[in-house]
Design a protein around this ligand. Structure first.
Ligand SMILES: [Zn+2]
Length: 477
């Protein structure tokens, strides 16, 4: 287990010096920055295996945005929100390495939050099995990803360099457009909505972190929602509903940067969907929930930040046998065929399959009270509900953070997705997605919930004000 609790060693000395030297009360510092990451080349878009060609246009620009924070003791962190399907392990490792070199930040102080828009670009090393990418396309994707990496580091650096006094508040609103997609067949959703008979667990909370400048103006707003960013499935670059929400907030607060993180929306869809006006409407609903929360008086968070990260070694479930792969290599589904063919080549070359994966589990605590738990992968909604049950209903839980390598099913979903399936549409989040993501297994092992839960307990258990030895660098396999 690699656990790091981020408290600066000189905290006490700095705090004492602060009280002796400054008459003012200590405050947070915050800084923001952004960069446009809209591809200028016709890249393939990430997210739907059924796509047949690269992007053909642009609905709105894609962004990487950064919010840097520093507490009264000088402990810093930076969250980056990006309009991509998911950041990869390589991007996470390289970003952490660069920010360690430039700003002495440890990986627990860096948080990469992907919006999971399905109208963003394919990134290097991710989802290659699901599209027919030729060498020229792979080259474009690799160049784009190298450029993205540079922009992530530049944006984080600019936000850290722009740190200035700020006041922080934490609030929580509600928005209702996320529907449990496992428990509600999409064609039946309009009728069930009208009848009030939608099924299955959801998390409709809208966490809101507001950052104010000393003059009282809104400087940044970080908000979340647990729902797939998948209203649209077309060929135009777009931040989808989360892009519309951020755009609406930045239009009504021109001085502010709006940053989105997606919650545990692995099994949640914005329904009904597929129309552009629905993407905009859901974005406006989410922005309205944020505005409503900003209007509600919220207590100021004291300038204290704790950060922790654990790379939990998750076990992969049963690996495919040679015979199973031979069969799938002749399958009619192209992505399954490509996956099986690639793994067969590994088997024949004597390259062993990986059997574990280092899964990032991170937590920040703001003002000694507001927790933000950040999980990798695509967590199903049960994860948010489990965390809220354990740590209280105002706990914020982000998914799709730092490394999106697969879905993260709960024990319930993992079991539901083992054959024989009780519902014909089941089997994706807990099983088939492992193939989409290219992992050499049929699913995670049965201890996935137990191991991630233990990791969450560890990162949430730091004793305030105490520093611990750590070894939290995201590790290469
Ligand atoms: Zn997804």
């Amino acid at each position: 287990m690699n656990l790091r609790i981020g408290i600066p060693g000189t905290a006490l000395a700095a705090a004492l010096a602060g009280t002796l030297l400054a008459a003012e009360s200590p405050t947070w510092k915050a800084g923001t920055a952004r960069a446009n990451i809209t591809p200028t080349q016709p890249l393939w878009m990430a997210g739907y295996a059924s796509r047949t060609n690269p992007a053909t246009g642009k609905e709105m620009d894609l962004w990487i945005k950064a919010l840097a924070l520093e507490d009264a003791r000088g402990h810093r962190a930076v969250i980056l929100s990006g309009d991509v399907l998911g950041f990869t392990r390589t991007l996470h490792q390289r970003t952490c390495a660069a920010l360690k070199q430039r700003f002495a930040l440890e990986p627990d102080q860096v948080l990469l939050a992907a919006s999971h828009t399905h109208s963003g670009p394919v990134l290097a090393g991710a989802l290659y099995d699901i599209y027919p990418l030729d060498a020229a396309q792979k080259d474009l994707i690799e160049k784009y990803t190298a450029d993205l990496e540079a922009r992530i580091v530049q944006t984080a650096s600019a936000a850290l360099t722009a740190l200035a006094p700020a006041r922080l508040t934490a609030g929580q609103g509600v928005a209702g457009f996320a529907v449990n997609r496992r428990n509600n067949p999409e064609p039946e959703v309009p009728r069930r909505l009208a009848d009030g008979t939608l099924q299955g667990p959801v998390d409709h909370a809208v966490p809101v972190l507001a950052v104010y400048a000393p003059d009282g103006g809104l400087k940044a707003v970080l908000f979340g929602y647990a729902c797939h960013n998948t209203v649209m499935d077309y060929y135009r670059w777009s931040g989808d509903y989360a892009g519309f929400a951020q755009r609406a907030l930045e239009r009504s607060h021109p001085e502010a940067t709006a940053l989105f993180f997606i919650g545990c929306g692995g099994d949640q869809n914005p329904l009904p969907r597929h129309q552009l006006e629905q993407a905009e409407r859901y974005g406006l609903m989410l922005a309205a929930a944020v505005e409503e929360t900003l209007r509600t008086p919220a207590p100021t968070l004291s300038p204290r930040l704790e950060t922790a990260l654990e790379m939990v070694e998750l076990n992969l479930g049963p690996a495919p046998t040679e015979a199973e792969l031979e069969k799938l290599a002749a399958d009619s589904t192209p992505y399954q065929r490509r996956w099986a063919t690639r793994l067969l080549a590994d088997l024949k070359a004597g390259r062993p399959f990986i059997r574990t994966y280092p899964f990032p589990v991170q937590a920040w605590r703001l003002g000694g009270q507001q927790a933000l738990i950040a999980l990798g992968g695509e967590p199903v909604v049960d994860w948010a509900l489990l965390c809220k049950q354990q740590f209280g209903p105002r706990t914020w839980v982000a998914g799709y953070c730092n490394d999106v390598m697969n879905y993260l099913p709960s024990q319930r979903v993992l079991q539901e997705d083992k054959p024989p399936l009780a519902q014909p549409r089941w089997g994706y989040e807990g099983a088939l997605a492992t193939i989409v993501y290219g992992l050499p297994a049929w699913r995670w092992a049965d201890d996935v919930e137990e191991r991630v839960t233990a990791g969450i307990r560890h990162v949430m258990a730091w004793p305030p004000g105490v520093s611990r030895p750590h070894r939290a660098e995201p590790q290469t396999p």
